[in-house]
Design a protein around this ligand. Structure first.
Ligand SMILES: Nc1nc2c(c(=O)[nH]1)N[C@H]1C(S)=C(S)[C@@H](COP(=O)(O)OP(=O)(O)OC[C@H]3O[C@@H](n4cnc5c(=O)[nH]c(N)nc54)[C@H](O)[C@@H]3O)O[C@H]1N2
Ligand SMILES: Nc1nc2c(c(=O)[nH]1)N[C@H]1C(S)=C(S)[C@@H](COP(=O)(O)OP(=O)(O)OC[C@H]3O[C@@H](n4cnc5c(=O)[nH]c(N)nc54)[C@H](O)[C@@H]3O)O[C@H]1N2
Ligand SMILES: [Mo]
Length: 582
């Protein structure tokens, strides 16, 4: 509908989430997503987990990690916090939790400074080159010569770096970094996983590409037990990208759409999520249709966001529940409630199902089991098809027919999106299938050079004034993004509150604060962005680093603090100052 209407303005939550991964992997490996399956986890010799809290956010992944660990796979965690889920594993599905008598999961924990990953990865790479001087086999030269591009430039860029400076910037002891490099060199197959701890920084794309460089050194892509694994965000954010929900559509998608539906799909790139807010503010954007999401809480709870939303000529929210964004209506505003995925969706041809794609490349069916909370609720398909039939009544698509039977939509998908041949048959027979993945299945890299690309990056060191700190915002156990379901963060030992600021005991003392004190936190660049009443909790976190909860701390995140490559807000790197609550 949107492309036939004539625009690529289809940004999605990935812009706040894994966009950096998509760009980083697209340029280097030719696919904007991961290259491993669950099966690869049990074949890996080492798994490096950067900036991810699977105990709370990806509990099912812990099982795969536990199985791998039981087989002797080394697990290395890189995180400013010692996340309980990564240290001990019992069974997070059960109330007893994973703290207590579980088995240690991580073999090595590198307690990196916030945003110190670029320095850390670069240090590991430098040490791998050092080791290779006496053991050349730790670098896979055959793979590099045959399959990659840009190795010499990359190697030169690393040789120019000073190892000592990298170590200091990473915040990790040299001995531990050397251990990580040894594990890397001694492993035949390595997987690297990451989530928001790598993406939500000024250099998110660059850091992920440096990680790809490390993997390429050992030829760890496109073979069993090895590869890249950006661990998913929203339930189906991967699927929505594959279906073309993006402001930067690939050329094949536009070509296929144009040919199948006999129109000229727009080629001009659309705008990203942050630019939507800026565009509404400037008056260049007039209409916002949001299929889910909570922009106000998800981007920044800043007054500028609220004002921007209210400047819109029209806001339309298609949503399963009310949220703060709905409190800032445009001049005309519609809130259209829709069925949730947990609810039964019954149409003329009977009960409907949808499909989702996970981070391991599997497309599987999904259907609700609950009775809808009202007979009047429409499905998302129903609402969008009705909009489309009025907006594009003369088009080649019989929109309203699609509501009766979603299998008809899947038939159209199979004609337009690569990898979906016999979509309905596959879903009907097995309920799931692996999507073709050029890197995983054929070690093929569909990049500009036709090879896997090494890339060259700067390692910038952040200078903080004596009264400045670097703040990350993270999820607690009891929330799903902006929906908070409880006030506890059980694996971090927090009960009954979310207005929390995790801080190193030495910093608390040195700067004249006390554990348990309520303080005010302020953005160092924009003093009017501040939050009062956060309680200091003395915690095992590197010096000068702070952690607080998303979305409460989002008042501190300005719209212009983004990774220039991915346009992702730097919600894990905000320079702040603290003062006693007045
Ligand atoms: N239950 C539940 N599940 C979820 C979600 C949810 O809210 N609740 N959200 C879903 C979504 S949309 C997403 S994107 C994922 C998010 O999953 P995660 O990425 O695991 O979520 P975050 O809480 O943002 O935590 C990121 C981790 O990065 C670490 N970190 C912070 N800064 C740095 C850094 O500079 N370097 C490194 N190495 N680590 C750092 C934090 O300590 C934390 O452990 O989870 C998905 N699953
Ligand atoms: N400071 C800080 N900010 C962050 C992050 C962070 O780590 N720190 N993480 C970022 C990340 S990774 C993400 S993904 C974003 C998330 O940002 P958003 O995607 O904007 O936020 P959600 O809380 O996932 O959106 C939930 C709303 O979507 C609607 N909804 C839920 N399910 C459905 C459905 O099935 N259909 C429809 N139509 N609507 C539905 C409901 O109205 C619900 O209130 O936040 C980002 N913001
Ligand atoms: Mo996300």
């Amino acid at each position: 509908m949107v492309r036939m209407y004539g625009t690529n303005n289809l940004p999605d939550s990935a812009d706040l989430c894994h966009e950096a991964s998509g760009i980083a992997l697209g340029e280097t490996l030719g696919i904007g997503k991961g290259s491993v399956t669950v099966d690869d986890f049990s074949k890996a010799d080492a798994i490096f987990i950067f900036g991810q809290n699977p105990g709370s956010n990806h509990p099912r992944m812990l099982k795969a990690l536990q199985k791998a660990a039981a087989k002797g796979c080394k697990i290395v965690s890189i995180n400013p916090l010692i996340e309980a889920g990564l240290m001990r594993f019992k069974n997070p599905q059960h109330l007893s939790g994973i703290i207590g008598k579980g088995s240690a999961l991580s073999d090595l924990l590198l307690q990196v400074n916030i945003n110190g990953d670029m320095a850390l990865i670069s240090a590991i790479i430098k040490i791998v080159f050092e080791i290779a001087e006496s053991k050349p086999q730790v670098i896979d030269h055959k793979f590099i010569d045959n399959t990659t591009h840009g190795f010499i430039e990359f190697k030169n860029s690393i040789l120019q770096l000073d190892l000592h400076e990298l170590i200091v910037a990473s915040g990790v002891e040299e001995k531990l970094i050397r251990e990580a490099a040894e594990i890397f060199c001694n492993s035949k197959s390595v997987i690297a996983c990451w989530a928001m701890g790598l993406t939500q920084h000024h250099d998110g794309v660059a850091t992920i590409q440096q990680l790809v460089n490390l993997l390429l050194l050992g030829g760890h892509v496109g073979r069993a037990g090895a590869g890249v694994c950006p661990v998913r965000g929203h339930s189906n954010v991967q699927g929505d990208k594959t279906m073309g929900i993006t402001e930067n559509p690939p050329a094949y998608l536009l070509k296929n759409l144009s040919e199948r539906f006999n129109f000229i799909a727009p080629t001009k790139p659309g705008i990203d999520t942050i630019s939507v807010i800026n565009g509404l503010n400037a008056g260049s954007m007039k209409i916002l249709i949001a299929l889910g999401g909570n922009l106000f809480d998800g981007i920044t709870r800043y007054q500028k966001t609220a004002l921007a939303l209210q400047k819109a000529e029209l806001t339309v929210h298609i949503a399963t529940k009310l949220n703060h964004t709905h409190l800032y209506p445009g001049k005309i505003s519609l809130i259209l409630p829709c069925l949730a995925r947990s609810e039964k969706d019954i149409q003329k041809s009977g009960e409907q199902l949808v499909t989702v794609e996970n981070s391991m490349g599997i497309v599987h069916r999904s259907s609700g089991v609950l009775k809808p909370c009202s007979e009047l609720l429409k499905s998302e398909v129903d609402i969008v098809a009705n909009l489309a039939s009025r907006l594009l009544p003369n088009g080649p698509i019989e929109w309203l027919n699609l509501i009766d039977n979603y299998a008809l939509i899947r038939d159209l998908i199979s004609e337009v999106i690569p990898g979906f041949v016999d979509f309905n048959q596959k879903i009907d027979s097995d309920g799931w299938f692996y999507l073709y993945n050029a890197v995983r299945d054929e070690q093929k890299f569909v990049t500009k050079t036709g090879k896997a690309n090494f890339t060259v990056h700067q390692v910038s060191q952040r200078q903080l004034a004596s009264d400045e700190y670097l703040l990350m915002t993270t999820r607690s156990h009891d929330q799903f993004n902006t929906t908070v379901s409880g006030m506890n963060d059980r694996y971090r030992g927090i009960k009954g509150g979310r207005m929390i600021l995790f801080m190193n005991a030495l910093d608390i003392k040195e700067h004249g604060f006390t554990d348990g004190e309520l303080i005010t936190i302020q953005n160092a660049k924009y003093p009017d962005m501040e939050l009062s009443g956060l309680q200091i909790v003395s915690y095992d976190i590197p010096r000068k680093c702070l952690a607080s909860y998303f979305p409460e701390a989002n008042v501190l995140i300005p719209l212009d603090s983004i990774d220039p490559r991915s346009k992702t807000p730097t919600s894990k790197s905000i320079v702040v100052k603290l003062r006693h609550n007045s």
